[in-house]
Design a protein around this ligand. Structure first.
Ligand SMILES: NC(=O)c1ccc[n+]([C@@H]2O[C@H](COP(=O)([O-])OP(=O)(O)OC[C@H]3O[C@@H](n4cnc5c(N)ncnc54)[C@H](O)[C@@H]3O)[C@@H](O)[C@H]2O)c1
Ligand SMILES: O=C(O)[C@H](O)[C@H](O)COP(=O)(O)O
Length: 370
């Protein structure tokens, strides 16, 4: 069995050693000839999997993407070829939530906000959006939720339509897939018209897909009146609209989901799916492979409260580190270098908080407490 995997997929050899022979490739530059012999193709978000890429391969049985997003996969073509497919739903959802929380804490410090006085509009309330809503609610921060598809399916879902959310939110955070057609497209969901509807001070956070915001329109709006802005994703990555950078409070290279756990969970999910497809029993689990975190346990007292969470979270992750890396290296080393050399970052759950009375809401933020 020949397995071809993106070179930026962690632990792929460890997971797939017993399944077949693993060959690594550059996901950004992969060609049809390079992948012609693959029985199993494992990609990340930077590889367009479509007819031109698979034209020379007649033996492919399975394509897996170790990501949540699937906008780089031509599902109709895979269906036509009868090639099985899997993504890794939810694999890095917690990582993205931690990125957004860290960004909110950073903005709150910079602009001296009391976050509990701010209403956060969450657009797209799936794995990431719903976890974020739970975390913010646990922190007593009001939220508005916008997800028309959920509203259609779930009568008890409290939906705020996008136009009203734009008018009411103090902070708006995008967590939709990139959808170019259908009833609820998200390409350029935040366009010049919607930007004009936002409160002038409304902060914008995008950790979904770059094209969910019209980047040229965003730049034009920022040049007229600057609002707080956090961008992890950009249109036309890796050749992004660099003039936007001075107008960002936080700018990063599509790494919101790149926690150690988030990336590794993606590989594990594809491994499990492949084993199922091939009818073999999985022998490797993620817990066997994850490195021991630098700090494993922290004793907290009965005085531990909401204001202390930020200090503990900072031990694990501060988005300002990634913003500094981005500003320092984007012009010299480029977008993909920043992603490839991303420093290890553990999720909140890697740190066990122990104490007589650990508050229940810590779990809502993703901490491991007992
Ligand atoms: N920056 C990163 O590193 C990173 C990491 C993971 C995922 N992502 C992106 O985030 C997206 C969301 O991830 P998820 O795990 O929450 O996905 P999900 O599929 O669980 O949830 C997406 C939600 O968006 C909703 N939605 C679709 N169209 C909408 C619209 N027009 N308006 C409002 N809501 C809409 C869907 O109904 C769904 O509930 C992914 O598709 C991916 O593109 C980015
Ligand atoms: O959709 C996702 O899961 C994320 O955008 C993912 O973290 C992207 O990372 P990449 O595959 O590009 O390394």
């Amino acid at each position: 069995m020949k397995i071809f995997a993106d070179e930026n997929m962690p632990l792929v050899r460890e997971f797939f050693a017993d399944v077949g022979e693993v060959t690594l490739f550059n996901g950004r530059t992969a060609t049809a000839s390079e992948l012609a012999e693959a029985d199993i193709l494992l990609v990340r978000s930077v590889t367009q999997v479509d007819e031109p890429l698979l034209a020379k391969n007649t033996r492919l049985r399975f394509v897996g993407t170790a990501t949540i997003g699937m906008d780089h996969i031509d599902l109709a073509y895979l269906g036509k070829r009868n090639i099985a497919f899997s993504s890794a739903p939810g694999c890095n959802a917690q990582s993205v939530v931690e990125y957004v929380l860290s960004s909110l804490w950073c903005l709150a410090e910079r602009y001296q906000w009391q976050l509990s006085n701010k209403t956060v509009g969450i657009v797209g309330v799936g794995s990431i959006g719903s976890r974020l809503a739970a975390a913010l609610t646990a922190m007593q921060i009001p939220v508005l939720l916008c997800d028309p598809l959920r509203a259609e399916q779930q009568s008890d879902f409290v939906h705020t339509d996008f136009t009203s959310l734009c008018q009411q939110a103090d902070i708006i955070s995008f967590h939709t897939p990139l959808v170019k057609a259908g009833s609820y497209p998200t390409k350029h969901l935040l366009n010049s018209e919607c930007l004009a509807r936002l409160k002038p001070s409304c902060a914008v956070i995008n950790a979904s897909r770059g094209a969910v915001i019209d980047n040229a329109a965003l730049l034009a709006a920022q040049q007229i009146q600057r609002r707080p802005l956090v961008l992890d994703v950009w249109e036309q990555e890796p050749d992004i609209l660099l003039p936007l950078l001075p107008y960002c409070d936080i700018a990063t290279a599509h790494i919101a989901g790149h926690s150690v756990e988030g990336k590794a969970r993606g590989t594990e999910m594809l491994y499990q799916r492949c084993c199922q497809l091939l009818g073999i029993a999985p022998t490797v689990t993620l817990s066997q492979l994850l490195p021991v975190p630098a700090v494993e346990k922290l004793q907290i007292s009965a005085n531990f409260g909401l204001p202390d969470v930020q200090s503990v979270a900072r031990m694990l992750y501060d988005v300002q580190r990634d913003d500094a890396l981005f500003r320092h290296h984007i012009e010299g080393k480029g977008f993909d270098w920043l992603r490839k050399s991303y420093p290890a970052r553990r999720e909140f759950s890697a740190l066990q908080l122990v104490g007589q009375a650990t508050p229940a809401w810590l779990g809502q933020l993703g901490f491991n407490s007992q």
